[in-house]
Design a protein around this ligand. Structure first.
Ligand code: KG4
Ligand code: ZN
Length: 367
């Protein structure tokens, strides 16, 4: 049996999981910092790394005890080394190095995006799909459409040229006065709204598999301003969770998402705007996935990342894409360590282990 301890600290969840044979979850522990960061309307990087320092040891001990695993039972330790917040990644990577060195175990650095994709292999039936597969990673820091030719083999078809899908959810939620994280908040508000109430634009881009959500976000802002001209706060004040500018992603204390003294929008207007925004964003993702699946004659599609928790996206993607669409259970779509353990397993059986100089790479890419 191959038993891997996976460790994840790329953003604001401290997580550890024990995975057997690449698909069996023996344990999965996630200590979320969301309640702490909510008051800032986004992730506060300094605070995130300090929280990881405090949480990492109990989280790992809990994962080992839940799995009833002894250190001698482990085959390797896998850890996220990028992309993400540098200070947060450092905590996980250094703890993983110390444990692996001390216990004489192989160390495996895992790309956070690959870990998201790998959560799909937890369902053994998905492992039977032959390559090539289409992958869509939609998270707080990334929106990427990839062609997967084999384990660890990715070809980028397109990505966002501005905001990531999750980032757009978070920013629009903030503009609407909804809480962080924005994705679940918008989904809840949208359930009571009419998606046809507002006609928000879809971006037209030169590269057909690229994405752009900043125009959509601005259109929501303009619509809000029509109801409430006093709203001046630019959405770009909301920090990104990970990716190119992750190291400078400083959240400012949140004094209320909307301009002080402004009238709150009527809940029905918020619901209608949330539903209209969500419908356009989801439709954009689904349309491009369907086109790519047909053009590249893939045998299946893997949906991954925090936005893959979105119910509308899950339903629409399954209905529209003409090949089997795999997606992790909702609880495993957002950050956790199970995918780190699964990706670690595939790396181990391909002899892809790392040396003790493994370092964090905040802007790490898949291709
Ligand atoms: O993958 P993840 O946990 O962290 C990153 O790697 O970024 O993704 C977090 C993102 C956030 O932007 C959050 O708003 C979004 O996933 N998200 C959702 C939903 N749940 C989380 N977006 C839309 N609908 C959801 N239900
Ligand atoms: Zn993530």
């Amino acid at each position: 049996m191959t038993l891997i301890l996976g460790i994840e600290t790329s953003c604001d969840e401290t997580a550890a999981a024990v995975i057997a044979n690449g698909h069996e979850i023996r344990s999965s522990v996630v200590a979320s910092q969301i309640d702490l960061h909510r008051q800032y309307g986004g992730v506060f990087p300094e605070m995130a790394s300090r929280q990881h320092v405090m949480a990492i040891q109990p989280v790992i001990e809990q994962a080992m005890s839940d799995a009833q695993a002894k250190w001698d039972d482990l085959s390797a330790i896998a850890v996220t080394y990028g992309p993400g917040l540098a200070g947060s990644l450092l905590v996980g990577v250094n703890v993983a190095k110390g444990l692996a060195y001390g216990r004489g175990l192989p160390l495996i650095g895992v790309n956070h995006l690959e870990a998201h994709i790998a959560t799909n292999w937890l369902d053994a039936s998905f492992q039977e799909l032959p390559f090539p597969l289409l992958c869509m990673v939609v998270s707080g820091g990334h929106t990427e459409l990839l062609l997967m030719g084999g384990y660890g083999e990715y070809h980028l078809l397109g990505s966002t040229i501005d905001d990531a899908a999750g980032e757009a959810f978070d920013k629009v939620a903030r503009m609407l006065g909804l809480e962080y994280p924005g994705g679940p908040a918008i989904q809840r508000a949208a359930a009571k709204g009419n998606p046809a109430s507002f006609s928000f634009p879809r971006a037209r881009l030169d590269h057909r598999y690229d994405f752009s959500f900043s125009g959509l976000k601005t259109a929501v802002l303009r619509a809000i301003q029509q109801y409430e001209p006093s709203l001046q706060r630019p959405a770009d004040k909301v920090p990104r969770r990970e990716g190119a500018d992750s190291q400078s992603a400083g959240a400012s204390p949140r004094r209320g998402a909307r301009a002080s003294g402004s009238r709150p929008l009527h809940p029905k207007t918020v619901a209608d705007m949330a539903a209209s925004f969500q419908a356009v964003l989801v439709d954009t993702l689904v349309t491009k996935a369907r086109q790519a699946a047909t053009e590249y004659e893939v045998h299946g599609m893997l949906l991954a990342g925090g936005v893959a928790a979105n119910q509308l996206l899950r339903g629409r993607m399954k209905a529209a894409v003409p090949v089997p669409v795999c997606m992790p259970p909702v609880a495993l779509a957002t950050d956790n360590a199970t995918g780190v353990g699964v990706a670690g397993y595939w790396a181990l059986i391909q002899d892809r282990t790392d040396d003790w100089d493994l370092d964090v790479v905040p802007n790490l890419r898949l291709t």
